[in-house]
Design a protein around this ligand. Structure first.
Ligand code: PLP
Length: 371
């Protein structure tokens, strides 16, 4: 079956007379559990929930492995780091990954005695740091720089050295890029972003090829209590069914907008892996099915970037990305990323591309005239 069909049917129960296609949400703390707990499929809400079961079945089908849902993307990141790393182990991180993942490694795991080696995503620079490592952490395309590394090449080198590999697959989602199919051990994502895509929840997941790791990841979730809310999971499962339609539209819009931005005199350092002229395009084309909703570019100064964002009417100034709503932000306002003051992370939504380009064009013109 094609992916457009699979996302709509993933995790649904067989149709039953008089029953909805997508069963309602189950809210539960304890479940009625008389006598031997082993006789009850559900006992206590921190351990399991039927709404999670269905969503995880859907994610597992799409990932091609065992998926475990978490309260947030960061909870999913923590689960992989927490189950794989011990004092004395080495992790190889991208120096340009999502800043909070780097912060977690520095603030907690490094202090517990894990050695952290960092290298750039572009040019597969992490290859040079694998000797003696326990875990190779990749993020491709990287947030916010949109650099790309060659997953299959890195996996091959890591396997030869006995190193586990995790990919933060947030930007493309599982249908834009499938890390487990490329040999990765852990596929991690913030489902807050394009996977759910409606700017209305926080969620994450981990998927693994080896069911034994799945057990450990699940047990981490139970013991740490990093569990997702059933309502969020139900909404996520509903949103998942439109993922292919949303992503298809977002990526089509993103290419049109990136091509427009390439012609803007004030724009430099434009990045979108779907642009044939992008330095990452060749590798991206080999391993991605969708190039994702995020574009990045640089405007001449902080003031210019702020003026541009203020002048937009349709583009909502907000952090995060991947939603049906087009959003953008001046990334340097947070600190944490090594980006110029005028760096814009632009997340393309599902609005009409003519309207979006017209809005960007009027904002670019307005800020240029007042500069
Ligand atoms: N990974 C990446 C690449 C992200 O961009 C984010 C959030 O922006 C996360 C992980 C963390 O996700 P969450 O905010 O759902 O915890």
């Amino acid at each position: 079956m094609k992916i457009g069909t699979r996302v709509i049917r993933a995790g649904l129960s067989p149709t039953t007379q008089g029953e909805p296609f997508h069963t309602g949400v189950t809210f539960a703390g304890p479940y009625h559990t008389a006598g031997d707990p082993a006789s009850s499929p559900y006992t206590y809400g921190r351990y399991h929930n039927p709404t999670w079961t269905k969503f995880e079945q859907a994610l597992s089908e799409l990932e091609g492995g065992t998926a475990v849902s978490f309260a947030s993307g960061m909870a999913a990141v923590a689960a992989v780091l927490g189950t794989t790393l011990q004092a004395g182990d080495v992790i190889v991180m991208p120096s340009d990954s999502y800043f909070a993942a780097r912060l977690m490694v520095e603030d907690f795991f490094a202090k517990m005695g894990v050695e952290v080696r960092k290298a750039a995503t572009a040019g597969n620079k992490q290859l040079q740091h694998l000797d003696g490592a326990k875990l190779l952490w990749l993020e491709t395309p990287s947030n916010p720089g949109l650099e790309v590394c060659d997953i299959a090449t890195l996996v091959k080198a890591a396997k030869e050295k006995g190193v586990l590999v995790a990919v933060d697959n947030t930007t493309p989602t599982v249908i834009g890029q499938n890390p487990l199919a490329l040999g990765v051990d852990f596929s991690v994502a913030s489902d807050t972003k394009a996977l759910t895509g409606h700017s209305d929840l926080i969620l994450g997941h981990v998927a693994v090829r080896d069911p034994a790791w799945g057990e450990q990841i699940r047990s981490w979730r139970t013991q740490m209590g990093a569990i997702p809310g059933p309502m969020e999971v139900w909404l996520a499962h509903r949103s998942l069914s439109t993922l292919e339609m949303r992503l298809e539209r977002q990526c089509r819009n993103a290419l049109i907008i990136a091509e427009y931005l390439a012609s803007c005199p004030d724009v430099t350092s434009l990045r979108y892996p779907g642009l044939v002229s992008d330095p990452a395009h060749e590798i991206a084309a080999r391993q991605m099915q969708f190039y994702g909703p995020v574009i990045s570019f640089v405007l001449p100064s902080r003031e210019h970037a702020e003026g541009f964002l203020q002048a937009c009417n349709l583009v909502i100034e907000a952090t995060s990305f991947g939603s049906i709503h087009t959003t953008a932000e001046r990334r340097a306002r947070w600190g944490g990323d090594l980006v110029p003051e005028g760096f814009i992370r632009f997340s393309v939504g599902c609005e009409d591309s003519d309207d979006l380009v017209a809005d960007i064009q009027q904002a670019m013109d307005k800020v240029r005239q007042s500069a």
